[in-house]
Design a protein around this ligand. Structure first.
Ligand code: NCD
Ligand code: ZN
Length: 349
């Protein structure tokens, strides 16, 4: 509920429907940044080696829970990395046990640690059919990887050449288009009401491609899918703040050490876990849609996944701009926190 007088906003505790926690010392450093505000998150499986089997997902879940600081509550929603060797029965068992909440499709070579992804979609047909049967959603990194396709066109081409054919071939399959970055992605979701949702990141509501490239290259704004033209950012803002329940938050918070971002071949990924909720409140306020923030962060995702909404709440208060750290420390070095280039007036109490 939004209260104009006290400038405070209480919402159901949010969830993050697309998160990279990594492993080892990085996991230890970034997990509290998410768990501080979020009750649950869909955990991306693109470790090295990837989380492919139910047994690997169970082991990764244990490592996450072991890294959670005392007194913090957090539920990792595990995913499996789809490969051409994935066994549909293993997927079904991992789902039946309650461990796994989605399967992730990376086209081979599309992004960080995606070398084991899918090249030949016929080879995963049996798994997709099984998932449709048991109601397990497919989370899709929606970019083609063909060398001749311009990087700024890869999402739109993916929708036509890969996503639409998959959905036609397996009509019962629930699909989440992850981190959409284009008007084309928004339009595709809107025109396909059946079993289709999309996550939108925090940073794609804030930056367009100029922020990466104008005035010197800014590696901390480089992520995949890469930010597009301003018209696409505006389409994403309209979708996120418009109240359509098929759009929900997936931060894609993707930490990389600064030394690997600030590099001749810099890694893709923006680290937004720390300040995401302040940024989102600012964006929703700018759009006159603070009353819709809760739907985007806390209600639409559980509805799509068929999970209960969280019992707890968080309260955001408006006041003097909040100062977040520029970087968080990990044992291996610093990780830069996404800079939204605007004052953030909302703090999480
Ligand atoms: C992600 C990562 O670093 O794992 N990077 C990114 O730019 N978003 C991978 C991904 O989700 O594409
Ligand atoms: Zn991601």
């Amino acid at each position: 509920m939004a209260d104009a007088m006290t400038q405070s906003l209480t919402i159901r505790r949010p969830d993050d429907w697309h998160l990279h926690l990594r492993d080892g010392t990085m996991l230890q450093a970034v997990l509290p940044e998410t768990a501080r505000h979020f009750a649950r998150a869909i955990i991306m499986p693109n470790l090295v080696p990837p989380v492919v089997t139910g047994a690997q997902a169970a082991a990764y879940r244990e490592r996450i829970m072991a890294a959670l600081p005392e007194g913090m509550a957090f539920e990792p929603l595990m995913t499996l990395y789809l490969t051409e060797e994935t066994d549909p029965e293993d997927v079904a068992a991992a789902h039946a046990s309650g461990l796994v909440k989605a399967v992730k499709l990376y086209p081979a070579g599309a992004t960080t640690n995606s070398a084991s992804g899918v090249r030949d979609f016929d080879k995963v047909r049996a798994t997709l059919e099984k998932m449709a049967e048991i109601g397990l959603p497919l989370c899709v990194h929606g970019e083609v990887t063909d060398a001749e396709i311009d990087i700024f066109d890869r999402e739109a081409v993916f929708i036509d050449r890969v996503l639409d054919p998959i959905r036609r071939a397996t009509p019962g399959l629930k699909v989440v288009m992850e981190h959409i970055t284009t008007r084309d992605g928004v339009d595709y979701v809107k025109s396909n009401p059946e079993r289709l949702g999309a996550t939108i990141t925090t940073h794609h509501l804030v930056i367009n491609r100029n922020n990466i490239l104008v005035g010197g290259i800014k590696p901390h704004y480089y992520c995949l899918p890469v930010a597009k033209r301003e018209e696409h950012r505006l389409a994403l803002r309209a979708a996120a703040t418009g109240g359509d329940a098929r759009f929900f938050l997936g931060t894609d918070s993707a930490p990389h050490l600064d030394e690997l971002k600030e590099h001749a071949c810099g890694c893709a990924g923006c680290f937004t876990a720390t300040n995401t909720l302040s940024i989102l409140a600012e964006v929703f306020e700018q759009e006159g849609a603070l009353d819709r923030l809760e739907g985007f962060t806390s209600l639409n995702g559980p509805a799509f996944y068929g999970l209960p909404v969280n019992e707890g709440t968080i309260t955001l208060s408006r006041g003097e701009p909040v100062v977040y750290p520029d970087k968080i420390d990990t044992e291996a070095g610093p990780v830069t926190v996404f800079d939204p280039m605007m004052p953030l007036h909302w703090r999480v109490d």
